[in-house]
Design a protein. Structure first.
Length: 445
């Protein structure tokens, strides 16, 4: 077989570099070895490289894999067409999975099997010649999944009645139940679907930028306002405006939002001109807004304005019939995205997935299936391919190994204690609501 392709191997173990130089030279036209990643970007710019086999740790005493993830990002920034295969120890598989999500093509576990390593590398080389990845991505999105459970069929019937109206809709439900996807579906079914749907994460907007983000600003309104800017309300004109996590909006900013909704018009920052807007309002939260009203954390008049139609999405544990069909949908999505040949769930795997509580709902299921597809080595996913330890039982302060893990557990415990009241959680932890929300995003809580 003719040699083709050029590969760079980066590893601080000279014995590994020598072994791989000998092994890969029989397959690749050009094999370059580097004992440090410091000259990697220069090598990629100087040579025509097809692939990089990248170790995840280079500094003595460190084995957290962050170096490998850093250099993966650097490669993708400077040479995005180059395929990266991560070289990792068995204990670092979770990091390798994260690396694949960030752009790596695959990973190899040390100690490696020569035949398997060559199969992975040559397989990636062959796929370079086939369908471009962007073409594959076009068909791997997952539409809103209604399922067959009675609870979701009731929601579907309700949505199909109200979607074609302009009624304001409030979507509630636990984290990960698919509130954003349902909002997209409502817009798709509405008479406004030819106009844009604009998504706003209310918890991610700082108080100082709230008015500029939602209402826009004129040139010179403040120091960095070099041009006029259209706000989210204007962008959604004649379409739909989705305000996600509206329960995280501070009490002070709630009054400004209420004014815009009542008047159906906005004023850009730095201007006195009233601009009429016509946008269908859809809001979502995982909090009990009525309870927040009773505690003076949410304006009652704003709740009335956004709560014309209320839709509650049931948690996944209350719709067990939907778990396997959803899992199979995610398998198809990620098998396409990551060029895997995974196709089937065994009977035992289906039973294990159905029996799990899924505290993180559909989001947890999706992440679980994505990871399983990435690490699976056959066309079939069995029960051993899923590690479904219950977070609330296994997550204890004494069992964690990093400060980040400890912080995540402390936030989760406080959220459980305060029943999801983020203001109370922030107060208990001694941080601002904005900091709390950023950490919740970071840890996917």
């Amino acid at each position: 077989m003719a040699k083709e392709g050029s590969i760079v191997v980066v590893d601080d173990n000279k014995g590994i570099l020598t072994a791989l130089q000998m092994l890969l030279s029989a397959t690749f036209r050009n094999v370059i070895t580097l004992s440090s990643p410091n000259n990697l970007i220069y090598t990629l710019q100087r040579e025509k490289i097809d692939m990089v086999l990248l170790d995840m740790n280079f500094t003595s005493g460190l084995n957290n894999g962050n170096e490998g993830l850093f250099w993966l990002k650097e490669i993708k920034k400077h040479a995005p067409s180059v395929h990266v295969v991560l070289f990792t120890a068995y204990a670092e598989i979770d990091l390798a999975v994260r690396g694949i999500k960030e752009g790596a093509s695959d990973f190899i576990v040390k100690p490696w099997d020569n035949d398997k390593l060559l199969t992975v590398l040559t397989g990636i080389m062959n796929k370079r010649k086939s369908v471009p990845k962007q073409k594959q991505e076009e068909n791997c999105t997952v539409d809103f999944f209604w399922g067959d459970s009675p609870a979701m069929q009731r929601v579907r019937s309700y949505i199909e009645k109200v979607a074609k109206t302009d009624a304001t809709i409030l979507i509630t439900g636990e984290n990960g139940t698919g509130k954003g996807l349902l909002a997209n579906e409502i817009h798709r079914l509405s008479l406004r679907n030819k106009a844009p749907m604009v998504h706003v994460d209310m918890g991610a907007i700082t108080e100082t930028l709230f008015e500029s983000e939602l209402f826009g600003h004129v040139k010179g309104a403040f120091t960095d306002a070099r041009t006029d800017r259209t706000g989210k309300f204007e962008e959604a004109n004649n379409g739909s405006l989705f305000l996600d996590e509206i329960g995280n909006l501070s009490y002070q900013l709630q009054s400004k939002l209420l004014t815009a909704i009542q008047q159906r018009s906005i004023v850009r920052v730095g201007s006195n001109q009233l601009i009429p807007v016509s946008a269908r309002l859809i809001c979502a939260t995982n909090q009990n807004l009525q309870d927040m009203v009773s505690k003076s954390l949410f304006r009652e008049d704003l709740l009335y304005r956004i709560n014309t139609i209320h839709v509650e999405i049931p948690p996944l544990r209350e719709r067990p019939k939907d778990i396997v069909p959803l899992a199979e949908q995610f398998i198809r999505k990620y098998a396409t995205r990551y060029n895997r040949d995974v196709q089937v769930l065994t009977k035992e795997a289906k039973a294990k997935l159905t029996a799990h509580s899924w505290d993180g709902n559909i989001r947890e299921l999706e992440h679980t299936m994505e990871k399983a597809v990435i690490i699976c080595e056959s066309e079939t996913l069995g029960e051993d391919d899923f590690h479904l330890a219950r977070k609330k039982e296994s997550a204890t302060i004494t069992s964690v190994s990093t400060l980040e893990e400890m912080e995540k557990i402390m936030i989760q415990k406080s959220m459980d204690k305060q029943h999801g009241n983020l203001s109370a959680v922030a107060s208990e932890l001694g941080i601002s609501r904005q900091t709390l929300y950023n950490k919740m995003k970071k840890y996917e809580l």
